[in-house]
Design a protein around this ligand. Structure first.
Ligand code: NAP
Ligand code: ZN
Length: 343
């Protein structure tokens, strides 16, 4: 069989940030030769995850400029490296937070590539998806089921998997009482997945205008986290509480909302350390945990679940060249519920 070795880009054009908090500006770079295990993907859509904003603003102190943000990518395989067996030219794929891993460590061998010490994020130390093309290890380019629409599936590649994976790991099921804190890009997908898993679902939000839509997404109950009287009413309510908020929270009130043996799982990244009292943790055998993205296998499974159960992001579309407008709107918590850049 003659492998179709199609046109490899000589130049990739996108939008990069050159300093902490700066505006994105047009940018081009030469990707060089396509590596044997890589695919080159022509990007049609890229979601704007709040992690892009943390990276742009150097909130984690790890950003290296200039770089092209973007890690919720959907596009079409344009070229495959000489060793790639699992992807073909013309295939529609999705790419999330991770672009590569070592492939041989204990965690990669277990199929937990997200824990690989040499994991390479799609837009940290590499250029990501606010561009016309991107290259990743073919293992991290996941085929997208045909029924899923590119614009509404792009946000699942990071936002979706980040909430799906811990709910699966914690065995969320019809006996579970699940709370989701922060109904943004991640949170609105968490409500849908929690409902799909059969749980009783509560949305906990600082934005009371989100109540009606949160209920449509699967919330049985809605709690205003700024109202301490409402928070008191939900004390001892949840088996699994997923915090997706990017801002500091009343952590003790959230811990108090757990049932005995309940878990608070942190996926959102607030700026300050999380301080909680030990006693309610000890007395109720409660846990606090964290969760990163999922593995390629988790991504395959999540997309399959989304396709069969109709989980999809509610999006606001922006042309790629208007990425700065999208970012400004995310910063104001005004996007309902995920901005997606379109080429
Ligand atoms: P987003 O769309 O901006 O949503 C964040 C939500 O946090 C907001 O919609 C808001 O929900 C809530 N929030 C609570 N207090 C707030 C306040 N004082 N100001 C603004 N918002 C407040 O962000 P996202 O893309 O879902 O990402 C959420 C967080 O998860 C970010 O920190 C991101 O870096 C992190 N993240 C982590 C992973 C991981 O691997 N663990 C992956 C992706 C993203 P309400 O209006 O309902 O209160
Ligand atoms: Zn993300």
């Amino acid at each position: 069989m003659v492998r179709e070795m199609t046109k490899v880009a000589v130049e990739i054009r996108g939008f990069a940030v050159h300093a902490s908090g700066a505006q994105l500006v047009p940018y081009k770079y030469e990707p060089g030769e396509l590596k044997a295990n890589e695919v080159e993907v022509r990007i049609s859509h890229c979601g704007v995850c709040h992690s892009d904003i943390h990276l742009i603003d150097n909130d984690w102190g790890t950003s290296k400029y200039p770089f092209v943000p973007g890690h919720e990518i959907v596009g079409t395989v344009e070229a495959v490296g000489s060793d790639v067996q699992d992807r073909t030219v013309g295939e529609r794929v999705g790419i999330g937070w991770q672009a590569d891993s070592c492939g041989v460590c204990e965690w990669c061998r277990q199929g937990a590539e997200q824990l690989c010490a040499n994991s390479q994020p799609t837009c940290v130390g590499r250029n990501g998806g606010y561009a016309d093309s991107v290259r990743v290890n073919s293992r991290f380019a996941i085929p997208v089921p045909e029924v899923l629409v590119s614009e509404s599936v792009a946000p699942l590649l990071c936002g979706g998997i980040t909430v799906f994976a811990p709910m699966r790991r914690h065995g969320v099921n019809p006996t579970s009482r699940v709370g989701v804190v922060g109904i943004g890009g991640l949170g609105h997908l968490a409500l849908q997945f929690a409902k799909t898993f059969g749980a009783e679902v509560t949305a906990l939000s600082t934005s009371i205008d989100k109540e009606e839509e949160a209920r449509k997404m699967g919330a049985d109950h809605f709690v205003n986290t700024r109202d301490m009287a409402e928070m008191k009413k939900v004390a001892g309510s949840f088996d699994f509480l997923l915090s997706t908020a990017s801002a500091d929270q009343e952590w003790q009130a959230l811990m108090n909302s757990l049932r005995p043996k309940g878990t608070l799982c942190i996926v959102g990244e607030p700026p300050s350390p999380i301080a909680i009292q030990a006693f309610p943790l000890i007395g109720g055998q409660r846990s606090i945990s964290g969760s990163p993205t999922g593995s390629p296998q988790d991504l395959h499974e999540m997309l399959d679940v989304a396709a069969r159960h109709g989980v999809k992001a509610i999006t606001e579309r922006f042309p790629m060249a208007k990425a700065n407008d999208a970012i400004a709107k995310v910063k104001k918590n005004k996007v309902r519920y995920r901005a997606v850049l379109v080429n």
